[in-house]
Design a binder for this molecule. Sequence first.
Ligand SMILES: Nc1ncnc2c1ncn2[C@@H]1O[C@H](COP(=O)(O)OP(=O)(O)O)[C@@H](O)[C@H]1O
Ligand SMILES: [Mg+2]
Length: 308
Amino acid sequence: MIEIKGLTKHYGDLAALVDMDLVIEAGDIFGFIGPNGAGKTTTMRILATLLEPSRGQAFINGLDVTKKGKKVRRIVGYMPDFMGVYDDLKVFEYLEFFAAAFGIERRKRKSIVEGVLELTDLQTKQSFAVDSLSRGMQQRLGLARVLIHDPLVLILDEPASGLDPRARIEVRELLRELKRMGKTIMISSHILSELEEICDHVGIIEQGRLVFSGTMEGIRQRMGVQSKVRVCVADNQSKAVELLSALPEIQDVRLMGAYIAVTFEEGQSIDGIIARTLVRGDIDIISLEPEQLKLDDAFLKLTEGIVH
Ligand SMILES: Nc1ncnc2c1ncn2[C@@H]1O[C@H](COP(=O)(O)OP(=O)(O)O)[C@@H](O)[C@H]1O
Ligand SMILES: [Mg+2]
């Protein structure tokens, strides 16, 4: 649905985007992740036809964004990272204004606006001033706005930033609903864990370059995100360490005082193996609890490690 080939953007001497290639499949929720200044907004603005690339091409549903701007804008809903301020405008008026701007006939506007209000759960707020809404509601209103012309593709620039956890969950639910409706969604964030749960695929961008693109699982492997379990045994800790160290699935076993820290590759189901091994060795297990290494720490390592 989205294809980017050799996309490059310079702002004067600054290379904000360097030879980027990227494919996003139809129906995907694609997380576009990178630290501030990495080039996310630049990429998204090019896709949304608001910015000319210096070199390279980008296609949405087969349409070249630099040549078929009008057609592209009809199938794309772009939500910028900052929403303008609209003094005294009510939610309903705000959406009607954009419906008019999208060229939707007057008689159809009301039902379309009601539809997007319902989808974003803002019906009860329709007579409120836009400025009076909480940040979470404003983000939902921003989503309502980009849904007015029923676009195939949504390009959402950091829609979850600055939201409290509850509002973030609401946005996440809404994105899942939009995916069920068949939309392709590209969503950016500077925090990997913010998107971890909803994305089918992710791309990691650092200083204008795509350093990784693939599944969430792939990223964990690439970053060497390991899993750990803490094992507490009733007695005979040293024998437990010895038995566990001999297991091929396990990378590291360390005695940490009260418990034994066992490290293994992400994706293995290791609990059963540990339990069986210890029981066979006649060692009583008190507890066995998982401890996943923080994805964001690994992400920082990745972005620091590859480019710098
Ligand atoms: N209009 C502009 N003029 C000059 N430099 C810009 C402009 N927009 C962005 N940049 C620079 O380009 C780089 C990428 O910015 P941006 O695409 O906004 O990154 P992100 O959205 O990932 O934070 C940054 O170094 C930023 O300062
Ligand atoms: Mg940005």
